[in-house]
Design a protein around this ligand. Structure first.
Ligand code: PMP
Length: 349
């Protein structure tokens, strides 16, 4: 059985320059995790931002498992193996709204461990199929209980048979944030050559915003770390949590944030359509939410480099509510929407 090789670029704390060239070839798919590109969002923002303001999105869909969650999944299993908590005979189990499940299933396949995933029954059809394609076993929880229902059912299964399972427990495992501290943060610092002024990220487990923030803040105390939340407990933003009405993750430390921005499901969906039609990039709902927040923030700045994260691409969501009624949102109407944003931007100057 192969062990997980540490492929993350080891960056000295003070290192900014020094190009990291992704492996020309890899002999295990895990080496392809991370080093994702930053895309500057320029078309959709045309005329909305002041000249010295830019918005960049880190395209996490380029990870081999298709999402940002490849990073923490690799780290959690790596540490589990190193400590001996994950050892031959164990089954990897966790509750996941989807992307962590896919990442664990992918890595489980490469390192030769069986994987079982607990998720709400209404997880998208594409995600369920992807998990099974990696050889993992899906277990469904009540869809009305959302991701918290999956967390509870997973706890129950493990409690009934603790010896059988290794549970990475992404909501309470500091290796989740650590993965972002070790990879996402340094990559953004290096890709912006230390110019990043605001880091904006959606919260599910909060690993992305916590770990990346923890890397960036000590580099420059002026960098603002901003979390993006759904504005409603009954939101339609897969992968995200409305904290006030949820089981709060153990790794979530609100005091480390400079601000929190609420985003509505409707705005996030419209932004997904706009990103597709103006930037030529098809992303998931949470990326739409991240972009709405990044734009709201950026349009009020005189200068700044706003970096956000697009956690995954959109192909997994084609059968979800996101794409019901989207035909009404063709370019013309979106253009109108963008004008609306522009008006409110001017109103704040
Ligand atoms: N977007 C999507 C699509 C996700 O799957 C997740 C993870 N649940 C997030 C955003 C949030 O990432 P994090 O868990 O690091 O807060």
């Amino acid at each position: 059985m192969a062990t997980i090789s540490q492929s993350s670029p080891r960056l000295r704390a003070d290192e900014v320059s020094g190009e990291v060239v992704p492996a020309a070839h890899a002999n295990i798919v895990l080496e392809l995790i991370g080093n994702t590109p930053l895309l500057e969002i320029t078309r959709l923002t045309e005329g909305l931002l002041r000249p010295r303001v830019s918005i960049f999105a880190k395209l996490e869909g380029f990870n081999p498992g298709g999402s940002v969650k490849d990073r923490p999944a690799r780290k959690m299993l790596e540490i589990g193996l190193a400590r001996g908590d994950l050892r031959p005979g164990k089954v990897i189990i966790d509750s996941s709204s989807g992307n962590t499940g896919i990442a664990l299933a992918m890595i489980g396949a490469t390192i030769g461990y069986p994987v079982e995933l607990v998720m709400p029954a209404n997880a998208s059809r594409e995600r369920k199929k992807i998990l099974e394609a990696f050889g993992a076993k899906p277990i469904y929880s009540d869809q009305l209980e959302g991701s918290d229902g999956a967390i509870r059912l997973c706890r129950k299964i493990v409690a009934e048979n603790p010896e059988r399972y290794f549970k990475p427990d992404q909501y309470n495992n500091e290796a989740n944030s650590l993965a972002h501290f070790e990879t996402t943060g340094p990559e953004i610092w290096r890709q912006t050559e230390g110019r990043v002024t605001h880091f904006v990220a959606t919260i599910g487990t909060s690993g992305t915003v916590m770990g990346t923030g923890r890397f960036l803040k000590p580099r420059n105390a002026d960098i603002k770390i901003i979390a993006v939340e759904p504005d409603d407990p009954m939101h339609g933003l897969e992968g995200l949590k409305y904290m006030a009405a949820s089981i709060v993750p153990g790794i979530y430390h609100e005091d480390e944030l400079d601000d929190k921005m609420p985003v509505s499901t409707e705005d996030a969906y419209e932004m997904v359509y706009a990103l597709g039609q103006f930037e030529g990039i098809l992303v998931g709902q949470s990326s739409g939410a991240a972009m709405v927040a990044a734009l709201k923030l950026a349009r009020d700045l005189n200068e700044g480099c706003v970096v956000t994260v697009f956690p995954d691409f959109g192909d997994k969501y084609l059968s979800t509510n996101l794409w019901i009624g989207w035909q009404e949102w063709r370019r013309e109407r979106l253009q109108h929407l963008i004008r609306k944003w522009n008006v409110s931007a001017n109103a704040t100057t």
